[in-house]
Design a protein around this ligand. Structure first.
Ligand code: FAD
Length: 469
């Protein structure tokens, strides 16, 4: 009897524990992707990018003589339907750890087990399962560095090869047509522009990792903070859909370290930040929607999405070049440099005193590398309300940060056209990517700061001081 392989954020064939286990049984495997509430509840860019990843996986499966069955609807109902059509009696999948997916998976597993179906979940989205990393006194890590020290030296198994063959059933169940799902439909802006910046699928993800390790990891420590150069791996886009496993990245990093590229250690550390985020989501699910430090609950954040400050921030028109460049980068490419993320998040939550959830939601709508755990941790870290967060009184100065990390204004001029005699093509592409309704043009004057840096900083510090932390 066939086994259903339910693909979700593990859209690859290599280093796939659940797929390897299914193939090892010698039974037919039915690969299934369900466009359920979790998949369709994603933001516009993430959903568009997910569709691209699903297509790449379908092609890879077809190359092995298999198929990806596509179904839309409630996950449990779809699985039961496929079971009834195929006689499958087992369902395998890779675990997820964010709040929404975990709630769904728990319900699906228990309902399937009640029906006598062999429902099994496997590791694969993380290096370390959240329950395998504990502090000396028990419990999970709330601070990053000790967690890093605990896991750094752990021996991890070698990544699994992709199966050479995936046995299919004699009769395949019906599948939807991916085009009919219109997964890019919510991009009421330059979807094609963003799509042009995507690096999609397992083979491309592996090439990206190889190229990073060969060409850039040796200088990672110094260059990873410079938004004007390509100093990082770009792999978040692939890791989030599981087009590459973190284990493959981890081993590549270790090999580079053994080859004398000492900066690879910093890369390994960043991979563990991703783990830290997921462990926090697993152990304290409220991090995705509520202040992790509850003493922030009474703080009077601005929650008005229609306020001019919020609109200016979203549109990349705050008059603060580092903030605007980063927001525009996100609009055009679907990603944003990590330093940019820290700067725009600090400016929104501190200078503008806006609730971090406004930023969290906007990123979720605009990022192709949206990741529920890293996004939540990043926003709470920036706002000061999260674990191991930047102290609330530390207010990044986006002007001095630009002087430090973009000395020659490479990044700023790449993304800001207004006021330039000869604006760059990338800066102009922002005006093609944004909704027409914003009514912005490259010939507009560059705006005055919506809140000047020193005014915003003082206002934030005054507001914090009036609170009893
Ligand atoms: P590299 O520097 O090459 O790092 C390698 C990998 O390590 C990344 O791909 C990523 O998986 C992981 N990583 C690196 N930095 C972090 C970090 N600070 N936190 C968690 N994991 C990290 N990352 C996302 O993947 N999705 C998000 O939705 C997301 N939202 C963020 C929101 C805010 C406010 C902030 C401050 C950070 C956010 N990050 C998010 C983390 C980080 O900015 C990105 O992971 C990074 O910019 C991705 O670029 P890269 O792949 O080139 O990273």
């Amino acid at each position: 009897r066939p086994i259903i392989l339910w693909f979700r954020r593990d859209l690859r064939l290599g280093d796939h524990n659940a797929l390897t286990a299914a193939c090892a049984t010698g039974r037919p495997v039915i690969p299934l992707f369900i466009d359920d509430e979790v998949a369709s509840g994603q933001g516009a860019a993430a959903r568009m990018r997910l569709g691209m990843s699903v297509r790449a996986l379908a092609d890879d499966l077809a190359a092995l003589g298999s198929r990806l069955i596509l179904r839309h609807g409630n996950a449990l109902e779809v699985i039961l339907n496929v079971i009834s059509q195929t006689g499958a009696d087992a369902v395998y999948w890779s675990r997820q750890y964010d709040v929404t997916a975990k709630a769904r998976d728990t319900a699906v597993k228990s309902a399937l087990k009640d029906d006598g179906i062999d429902a099994q979940s496997f590791a694969g989205h993380l290096l370390f399962e959240p329950w395998t990393v504990e502090t000396k006194t028990g419990g999970f890590y709330k601070v990053f560095t000790p967690m890093w020290k605990t896991v750094r030296g752990r021996e991890l198994a070698a990544p699994l090869p992709a199966p050479e063959q995936i046995l299919g059933p004699n009769d395949w169940p019906a599948s939807d047509n991916l085009d009919d799902w219109h997964m890019g439909a919510a991009m009421h802006r330059g979807g094609d522009i963003v799509a042009g910046h995507c690096t999609v699928g397992e083979a491309a993800a592996r090439d990206r990792s190889d190229e990073f390790i060969a060409e850039r990891v040796a200088d990672y420590k110094a260059k990873r903070d410079i938004p004007g150069v390509q100093g990082t791996s770009g792999l978040s886009e692939n890791l989030t859909y599981g087009e590459i496993s973190p284990l493959v990245c981890w081993h590549a990093g270790w090999r580079a370290l053994h080859d004398g590229k000492s900066d690879a250690e910093v890369f390994l550390k960043e991979l563990v930040w991703r783990e830290f985020a997921y462990h926090l989501s697993h152990h304290t699910p409220r991090i995705e929607s509520e202040n992790w430090k509850q003493d922030w609950d009474g703080f009077a954040w601005n929650t008005d999405e229609t306020s001019p400050e919020v609109i200016a921030w979203k549109q990349g028109r705050t008059g603060i070049p580092f903030v605007d460049a980063a927001m525009r980068e996100m609009y055009v490419t679907g990603t944003m440099h990590n330093r940019g993320r820290m700067i725009v998040a600090s400016y929104l939550t501190k200078h503008l005193l806006c609730h971090w959830k406004i930023g969290l939601d906007w990123f979720a709508d605009c990022l192709i590398d949206w990741d529920p755990a890293s996004n939540a941790m990043g926003w709470q870290w920036s706002a000061g309300s999260g674990p191991d967060a930047t102290p609330y009184f530390r207010v990044f100065n986006p002007v001095t940060q630009l002087d430090k990390f973009d000395k020659n204004r490479t990044y700023a001029t790449r993304w800001i056209a207004e006021g330039e005699d000869d604006p760059s093509d990338t800066a102009l592409s922002y005006f093609d990517a944004i909704p027409k309704a914003w009514g912005l043009s490259a010939s507009d004057a560059y705006p005055e700061p919506v809140v000047p840096v020193d005014v915003g900083r003082k206002r934030a510090l005054d507001a914090y001081q009036s609170r009893d932390f």
